[in-house]
Design a binder for this molecule. Structure first.
Ligand code: LMR
Length: 347
């Protein structure tokens, strides 16, 4: 009997103690949760020392400062976490919260309209480009991402692409028969076919090796990407065609973003706004510096096309606009032409 009472008392004591402990731990956990920063994993595929890499770091700095540490931004450059295709899936699944894929990589997600940015020579200058991204066309394109669980926050520049290979590319015909690495865009596929080349989609992280081993012969990229991935070490020639634009949409997982406390979201939006201004201000210089560094290395020979050669490149690639009307939308292409015309440009 005494033993039974003793056991009952011990059990009761243990239970009370256990409950107290659990309550304490629970409170502690809740406290820790309240104090734990919100983590934003920002994954991207380029080097840290590029317009996008620097933009991501600037966003991190501003976001952490303005939220007084309530948000921590972890930037993962160089495909450390995910390659091109996987990163978009990871964002949709919530494994990362923020990305800035190039506009050429939204096609596989089912939003083909973004490929309008890949049309060769569609942007005569950055003024027209900016009027498109900052105006109603840019906004309506970002809106299209929402049905995919994605929110578009901003457009970031890299720059205009140049063609490279291991043979001189003086005129469009020089691309004939070359295997050219492209991003996953049907417009880029059409562009290369139009030039008589054989396009090959390849993840960005694999391009250097692809060029080195001869799986592909050449590629197109802005100088900043070419330089920071050391592609100039494995490409003997490049031509400054500036034929196509490469830029980014900074995107977030919509559910995550909508679920943020309103005051935090407002600070993050302001951080993104300022990081965008910064990125778009430095992008041109980053590319100029990268080109200068590659020229100085002497590994690649760069050709500046004469006005007549440039016109030949333009004429060779312009038919792609018509060919791709069904893919990206005739009205969308026309609306960009209209913006360009406002700035006095005729196609
Ligand atoms: C590429 O794959 O060539 C680019 O999209 C990489 C990048 O993000 O700039």
């Amino acid at each position: 009997m005494r033993t039974k009472t003793f056991l009952a008392k011990t059990f009761l004591a243990k239970t009370v103690l256990g409950c107290l402990l659990a309550a304490c731990l629970g409170t502690g956990a809740a406290l820790a949760d309240d104090q734990a920063p919100i983590i934003i994993k920002f994954s991207h595929v380029v080097a840290a020392d590029t317009p996008k890499g620097k933009g991501a770091e600037m966003f991190k700095k501003l976001a952490e400062e303005r939220t007084h540490g309530r948000v921590k931004v972890e930037v993962y450059p160089n495909s450390q976490l995910y390659k091109d295709k996987e990163e978009i899936e990871a964002l949709q699944l919530g494994a990362v919260q923020m990305l800035a894929p190039s506009l050429a990589k939204f096609g596989p997600l089912g939003v083909r309209e973004f490929e309008v940015f890949d049309l060769p020579y569609i942007f005569p200058n950055t003024q027209v480009l900016r009027a498109v991204t900052d105006g109603p066309i840019g906004a309506s394109l970002l809106k299209k991402l929402e049905s995919k669980g994605i929110l578009g926050l901003a457009y970031w520049d890299n720059g205009f692409k140049i063609m490279s290979a291991n043979r001189p590319l003086i005129k469009p015909e020089d691309l004939h028969g070359l295997k050219m690495r492209i991003q996953s865009s049907k417009v880029l596929d059409a562009e290369m076919r139009q030039l008589g080349a054989l396009p090959q989609v390849m993840a960005f992280s694999e391009v250097y090796q692809g060029l080195q081993t001869g799986v592909v012969d050449g590629t197109e990229n802005p100088p900043s990407n070419m330089y920071t991935q050391r592609m100039h070490e494995v490409q003997k020639y490049a031509t400054l065609t500036n034929h196509g634009y490469l830029g980014y949409a900074v995107i977030v997982n919509k559910q995550f973003w909508d679920g943020l406390p309103a005051d935090i979201r407002a600070e993050l939006e302001s951080a993104m706004k300022d990081a965008t201004v910064y990125t778009n201000q430095i992008a041109q210089k980053e590319n100029d510096d990268a080109l200068a560094a590659m020229k100085a290395s002497g590994k690649t020979q760069f050709h500046q096309p004469t006005p007549a050669e440039m016109e030949a490149w333009r004429q060779a690639m312009l038919p792609v606009h018509k060919q791709m009307e069904n893919r990206v939308g005739k009205d969308l292409i026309q609306s960009i032409y209209k913006v360009a015309e406002k700035y006095g440009f005729k196609y």
